[in-house]
Design a protein around this ligand. Sequence first.
Ligand code: ZN
Length: 256
Amino acid sequence: MPTYKNGFIPLDLLVVFFRGRNDVDGDYYHALSPATYARHLALVERARRRTGRKLVISGGWSAYRPYAAQVHAQQIWGRGAAEPGTSSHGGFWEGRQTLAMDYGNWAYVYGNGDGRDTPDKRAAFFDDCRAVGLSPNLISPQRGYPDEPWHVVDLDPWSAVPASVDVRPFPEEEPEDESEEDEMKLKGLEYTRKSDGKSVFMLFNEGSGFYAEHEGVDGSYNTALAQAWGTGDWPKTTESHANVIKNALNNVRTSR
Ligand SMILES: [Zn+2]
């Protein structure tokens, strides 16, 4: 495993995935090792699935922090900033290779959008960090540091890119709208009409309230429809149950 001095990781070994500018830092970038970047993406995706919100790395040098940026931070923050060359964002910390990210909006993402820091939110956020191989809560009073729940560490940044993490494009990808997909889906069912004993086939769509019925066709016709339209199997049900569904579909139609 290669070791790099704190703040001196060669930039071509890192994935630079964001560039920004603010008044405090001037021009900055967000960079991580490939493996840490993969874990970061997996964490963002987990957070989105759990909460529907987008976890983001804070502006400024909130991922890998090169030495010059650590010097700059100390000039601005004085004793509030780590001694240059010792920041846990610098790539070497507590005697080992590490990388770190600050997710400043974690309490917003894991709450109901209110941003308050509570034990429940911490537990959920920390769970998701651990699930993707990241270590939360290392900058904490229990370890003799200030309390920084937003600060998340990768203790193995130069591992192979983990194959098991679920990495999806980010942030270009819009969340899929699954409800819209459901709305498009046609379903089918079959019931026996009591009055004449005939089989009736009903196609319907729960999103729009659409339904149509047909009868007097053989099974292969329905199989062809089911395949062409992806309706799945057409379960057999009773006429009264079919009527319940039709009533519900009528309600969908009138309420749209
Ligand atoms: Zn930090």
